[in-house]
Design a protein around this ligand. Structure first.
Ligand code: ADP
Ligand code: TYD
Length: 196
């Protein structure tokens, strides 16, 4: 079972994916938690680019994310043989973020060979709330982390979710604009239902 968390920066992806891992492990499941961008050399290059240390045009950046994902694929496939895999961001991030400046069809093409997730959870939180969370907690601000851009990315997610639901993907939107515990309860209920 391959579960993805998606949402804009500050929506609680890292928080919720960790809590879900603990919850599923307590229930006796073997769980592998991973994230994108990864810790590979490409992932590290991407992070430095996002912090403004390197200049890369947006089309090249989109490809870098896909290269990192391509390298991640082998690890995920191996883990899926005997574990539940939870991934904090996947190709829907590539679509929602990079479609700010790159053609969506091109983005879909460069991701077309990657594994289809079984369940994608979109944590929906208004950009204003995310920006406040980021400002309170982060030591550095990345290129996408301003309120106006985050709201555009949120709208992109909503468009993409509609499109991919039509293609038969299981995507669930969860209101993440509430406490960590309340959000987790909704996530856990959704995953339980799906695992049945
Ligand atoms: P993301 O991985 O989506 O960028 P994080 O899980 O890192 O988001 O959360 C960003 C910040 O917001 C963290 O400091 C986290 O503790 C806080 N946070 C996460 N979920 C909530 C919530 N439901 N309510 C308030 N703060 C939250
Ligand atoms: P984030 O998930 O916050 O990672 P970290 O906590 O390590 O900084 O940051 C990754 C950023 O990259 C986030 O703004 C989303 C963006 N992103 C893309 O633009 N495209 C992608 O394909 C992926 C996976 C992430």
């Amino acid at each position: 079972m391959f579960i993805i968390f998606e949402g804009i920066d500050g929506s609680g992806l890292t928080t919720q994916s960790k809590i879900l891992k603990d919850y599923l492990e307590e229930k006796g499941n073997k769980v592998f938690l991973t994230k994108e961008p990864t810790n590979s050399h490409i992932g590290r290059l991407i992070r430095k680019t996002l912090r403004g240390l390197y200049k890369t045009d947006q089309e090249a950046l989109a490809l870098l994310f896909a290269v990192d994902r391509s390298m991640h694929m082998d690890i995920i496939k191996k883990e899926l043989k005997d574990s539940l895999v939870i991934c904090d961001r996947y190709y829907f991030s590539n679509f929602a973020y990079q479609m700010l400046s790159v053609d969506l069809d091109h983005l879909i093409r460069i991701n077309s060979r990657f594994l289809k997730p079984d369940l994608t959870i979109f944590l929906d939180v208004p950009a204003e709330v995310c920006k406040k969370r980021i400002d309170e907690n982060r030591e550095h601000i990345e290129i996408f982390e301003n309120q106006e851009t985050l709201e555009r990315i949120r709208k992109n997610y909503i468009k993409i979710i509609k499109l991919f639901k039509k293609k038969g993907y299981d995507i669930v939107e969860i209101d993440g604009n509430r406490s960590i515990e309340e959000t987790h309860a909704a996530v856990a209920a959704c995953v339980e239902k799906f695992l049945e």
